[in-house]
Design a protein around this ligand. Structure first.
Ligand SMILES: *[C@@H]1O[C@H](CO)[C@@H](O)[C@H](O)[C@H]1NC(C)=O
Ligand SMILES: *[C@@H]1O[C@H](CO)[C@@H](O)[C@H](O)[C@H]1NC(C)=O
Ligand SMILES: *[C@@H]1O[C@H](CO)[C@@H](O)[C@H](O)[C@H]1NC(C)=O
Ligand SMILES: *[C@@H]1O[C@H](CO)[C@@H](O)[C@H](O)[C@H]1NC(C)=O
Ligand SMILES: *[C@@H]1O[C@H](CO)[C@@H](O)[C@H](O)[C@H]1NC(C)=O
Ligand SMILES: *[C@@H]1O[C@H](CO)[C@@H](O)[C@H](O)[C@H]1NC(C)=O
Ligand SMILES: *[C@@H]1O[C@H](CO)[C@@H](O)[C@H](O)[C@H]1NC(C)=O
Ligand SMILES: *[C@@H]1O[C@H](CO)[C@@H](O)[C@H](O)[C@H]1NC(C)=O
Ligand SMILES: *[C@@H]1O[C@H](CO)[C@@H](O)[C@H](O)[C@H]1NC(C)=O
Ligand SMILES: *[C@@H]1O[C@H](CO)[C@@H](O)[C@H](O)[C@H]1NC(C)=O
Ligand SMILES: *[C@@H]1O[C@H](CO)[C@@H](O)[C@H](O)[C@H]1NC(C)=O
Ligand SMILES: *[C@@H]1O[C@H](CO)[C@@H](O)[C@H](O)[C@H]1NC(C)=O
Length: 391
């Protein structure tokens, strides 16, 4: 191990994290491990999620024998910035709100967010225990926190896995109807690309994904539109914000891929997304699960199909241009505070926000937040596929 890693490994071992130290030893000499060291020993503050020894011991052979994968996994356990409360414990929002921050995981084959952003980690305090979100099938909790120099080290009872692609994520979240359809339908006659492949090829997007029950409930409405390709295309596009990954902490008025307005309200029964055409609200859904992470964006699960058949193509394209330029401007900054708005701006409760863009993007009313030029042919294919699956 390099002297830098040793400077962290020694106190970690003394605190009992010998399994994690052995992981550090096996990645220290890989190129990813060296890049990670260069990053985290830059004098900045980092928040480390440290798996206990039992968690490390449970890692399967196919992971422990792969130093490159281990290095990426380790990167996903390290968050840029100091997320300690005054009393030295980990800062955490109360469920159902989330705390969202950027990790150091940025490998281009695992993370495809706008502006080359690193993948985020999401955690929340549930009944007084801080739980890491998106750890499919396993509950990972923070047991205690310790300050070691520039590092806030939080013990956890599992090893964190980074988000995977849309298809595997939808399947593991019971969005099987959507997953089946997207994965089985060809998006093009000249290649074997499926609709799922198309979505998986985007760089940053927000998908409002109807639950299985929502799709079933809408089947009659959707099938009545089956002959109107324009209307169907518009409906699917009204579920997507392309070019902007908007987590629950940054939901702001946005323009959908169909060029219509998506707006958000929160009251005592939850957060709702509305799809409007001009000043008329056409459809509304409750967001039943927020912040389902995928490698190239975020999914929020909704209880109702947003049946807005309208579109505004000039609004869609200008919004897309805006999203692209905002993402490009944000690409040079490193977020060290809470991830909120779409610009890459971050707010910080501890005064160490390193952003250079003024941090005001999250409250801009949405102009900068906006969307995508999604190819209309595959949008249509997607929606007709859903309709046919339901007929
Ligand atoms: C990822 O971050 C490291 C520093 O942590 C940097 O050296 C590397 O160039 C980044 N890789 C990409 C693909 O942005
Ligand atoms: C690290 O965090 C401490 C405590 O919040 C703060 O005083 C210091 O300025 C931070 N250092 C950097 C480089 O941001
Ligand atoms: C490791 O192997 C298990 C089966 O033994 C498999 O389920 C898992 O997906 C594999 N993990 C990776 C990262 O290849
Ligand atoms: C969640 O955040 C909202 C908006 O900031 C706030 O009004 C609400 O009280 C928070 N809920 C909890 C449980 O902290
Ligand atoms: C908190 O505890 C209550 C009662 O024990 C339980 O019903 C609820 O599901 C828990 N909430 C979470 C988010 O775990
Ligand atoms: C981790 O702790 C949480 C909260 O106590 C618990 O629900 C979960 O089962 C624990 N996980 C493991 C693998 O022990
Ligand atoms: C902190 O939590 C870790 C992981 O659960 C555990 O190994 C360690 O013994 C705990 N340390 C203290 C001081 O409680
Ligand atoms: C998505 O992930 C699944 C499971 O890991 C994998 O089988 C599939 O090939 C992936 N799809 C793409 C397009 O990479
Ligand atoms: C594929 O070919 C069929 C039959 O010519 C046509 O109806 C359909 O629109 C084509 N699909 C795409 C995605 O080009
Ligand atoms: C599509 O898949 C079929 C069967 O696997 C194969 O024969 C064909 O060459 C593929 N077409 C393209 C364009 O990749
Ligand atoms: C999954 O979705 C089906 C509806 O298709 C529903 O009946 C079932 O309860 C859901 N399961 C979970 C675990 O949410
Ligand atoms: C198809 O849908 C579009 C968009 O909603 C609408 O303007 C058009 O009138 C519809 N066409 C028919 C034949 O219903």
């Amino acid at each position: 191990m390099t002297a830098e890693y040793m400077s962290l490994a020694q106190p970690l071992a003394a605190a009992g994290y010998t399994g994690l130290v052995s992981v550090m030893a096996s990645v220290a000499n890989t190129s990813l491990g060296m890049a990670l060291a260069q990053r985290i020993f830059d004098g900045g503050n980092y928040t480390i999620f440290a798996p206990d020894n039992d968690a490390i011991a449970r890692l399967p052979m196919n992971i422990t024998s792969d130093p490159e994968m281990l290095a990426n996994i380790l990167s996903y356990h390290i968050v840029s910035g100091n997320f300690s409360e005054g009393n030295g414990s980990l800062q955490a929002a109360t469920f159902p709100n989330d705390t969202i921050a950027r990790t150091t995981l940025n490998a281009t084959d695992l993370v495809m967010l706008e502006g080359n952003k690193s993948q985020v980690l999401v955690w929340t305090s549930e009944n007084g225990t801080v739980m890491i979100q998106n750890q499919l099938g396993t509950k990972v909790a923070v047991s205690n926190s310790t300050v070691l120099g520039n590092f806030l080290v939080n013990g956890i009872n599992g090893t964190l896995m980074y988000p995977t692609n849309l298809t595997s994520t939808l399947n593991s979240r019971n969005l099987t109807s959507l997953a089946d359809v997207l994965g089985s339908i060809s998006a093009s006659n000249s290649t074997n690309e499926t609709l799922a492949d198309k979505l998986e090829g985007l760089t940053g997007y927000t998908l409002f994904a109807p639950s299985n029950m929502a799709l079933e409930a809408a089947s009659q409405t959707l099938s009545s539109l089956a002959s109107n390709t324009t209307a169907l295309t518009n409906v699917l596009g009204n579920h997507i914000i392309n070019g902007s990954t908007l987590y629950s902490t940054g939901l702001a008025n946005s323009t959908s891929a169909s060029g219509e307005t998506l707006s958000f309200t929160t009251n005592s029964s939850g957060t709702f997304v509305a799809s409007s055409s001009g000043s008329t609200t056409v459809a509304m859904a409750k967001i039943i699960t927020t912040n389902v992470l995928v490698n190239n964006g975020v999914v929020h699960i909704i209880d109702t199909v947003l049946g807005n058949t309208e579109s505004n193509s000039s609004a869609a394209s200008s919004a897309y241009e805006s999203a692209v330029s905002v993402a490009a401007a944000a690409a040079t900054t490193t977020e060290t505070g809470l991830v909120t708005g779409p610009t890459g701006a971050s707010s910080s409760s501890n005064g160490e926000n390193g952003d250079s863009n003024g941090g005001n993007g999250s409250s801009s009313g949405g102009n900068a937040a906006l969307t995508p030029g999604v190819d209309s042919k595959w949008l249509f294919m997607a929606f007709s596929a859903i309709v046919f699956a339901l007929l």
